[in-house]
Design a protein around this ligand. Structure first.
Ligand code: GTQ
Length: 347
């Protein structure tokens, strides 16, 4: 792509003249809007869980979950200040519900994932069914479903919220409303969805109208066990170690239409081959520790720390001990639009 042609007094006057008429000369901006490679303000960044947690506990002294509606600290990308974005297309927050509190029922067209960071007992209710939230569980709130959360234990419950807020914003398609009551009525027994759709079976004749998985809690215990058993075969992907995609059992696609989620195991001492992809990715440390080399920067991570690899930034992961990472990105959207690209290795 060629650089913008030189400015002259005459050209500048022309640009200024057409601006009030809501026109712009393509040749003056072309290189900036059609870049030869992804160009983003999104920066590599890491948040330590201890710091985020301490700020949330501080916030709990300032506001209740009910008054806040959701007591969440947004993890805002330092390159995207003021936008409430963790990457250009996705949102990330950490939510705290104190013992006995509820986050009142509401619904919105944004889809959410929860990844449980700390729990002695708490639930989220979606579409008339409650699910217990345990450490490492990946829980889905599909778009436009009523949802409320509660803490039934005597210790704080914290989880990570991943939402497609910037995508919905991009399409100007946001709708939201409160339920009017703290909690929605519970109409289905706990575990019903998992029984119906999570046992490699589903009700005969079942057809899904919406493009999201009917399983709304993927328990960590099951996912972690799969990784542990596969470890024995030692068939490591050079770029990812052992990386598993959460699937929608109805069609084998991603569990959510706008957010792709994965759980990955890097064995002790493993160093990945360099990898880059167009889907900026949010990683969450689950077990163990390691470091991510992102371009020229290095980020040391431990359990519950969160870090971001921006689009088309080369990443190398190193594990100090057997390490588990949860991650999410907009890959399902890019795949549907034919935009997703990746490069394995250095070339
Ligand atoms: O729990 O419903 O972090 O609506 C941001 C918006 C969480 C939620 C967030 C939300 C929620």
């Amino acid at each position: 792509m060629i650089e913008a042609p030189a400015n002259t007094a005459e050209r500048d006057a022309f640009y200024a003249a057409i601006e009030p008429e809501s026109m712009r000369a393509l040749w003056s901006v072309m290189g900036a809007i059609i870049t030869p490679e992804p160009k983003s303000n999104c920066r590599p960044a890491l948040w330590r869980y201890d710091s985020v947690r301490a700020r949330l506990i501080e916030a709990a002294g300032l506001i209740t979950a009910k008054e806040a509606e959701r007591r969440v600290l947004i993890l805002e990308n330092p390159g995207l200040k003021g936008t409430s974005k963790v990457t250009t297309s996705l949102y990330c927050g950490v939510q705290l519900v104190m013992p006995g509190e509820v986050a009142p029922a509401h619904r919105h067209t944004q889809s959410a994932l929860r990844f449980v960071l700390e729990s002695a007992g708490g639930f989220t209710a979606v579409g008339g069914e409650k699910t217990e939230m345990k450490f490492g569980d990946f829980v889905i709130t599909p778009n436009w479903e009523w949802h409320d959360h509660g803490n039934t234990s005597d210790a704080p419950i914290l989880w990570l919220d991943g939402l497609d807020i910037p995508i919905v914003q991009f399409f100007d398609a946001s709708f939201a409303e409160g339920y009017g009551d703290d909690q929605q009525p519970i109409t289905r027994p706990e575990g019903d969805s998992f029984a119906r759709y999570g046992a490699n079976m589903m009700p005969l004749g079942y057809e899904r109208a919406v493009p999201v998985s009917p399983i709304f809690n993927y328990p960590y215990e099951r996912s972690r066990e799969a990784l542990e058993r596969m470890k024995a075969a030692a068939e490591w992907d050079p770029c990812h170690g052992l990386k598993m995609r959460y699937v929608n059992p109805v069609d084998g696609g991603w569990a959510m239409p706008t957010i792709g989620t994965c759980l990955q195991l890097l064995p002790k001492g493993f160093t990945t081959a360099p990898y880059r992809a167009t889907d900026a990715t949010v990683f969450v440390g689950v077990e163990g520790s390691g470091r991510a080399r992102i371009g020229a920067e290095t980020f040391e991570w431990g359990p519950r720390d969160v870090f971001v690899v921006p689009s088309w930034h080369e990443v190398v992961h190193e594990a100090d001990e057997d390490a588990v990472l949860f991650s999410y990105s907009d890959r399902p959207v890019q795949e549907k639009l034919g935009l997703f690209r990746e490069r394995r290795g250095n070339h």
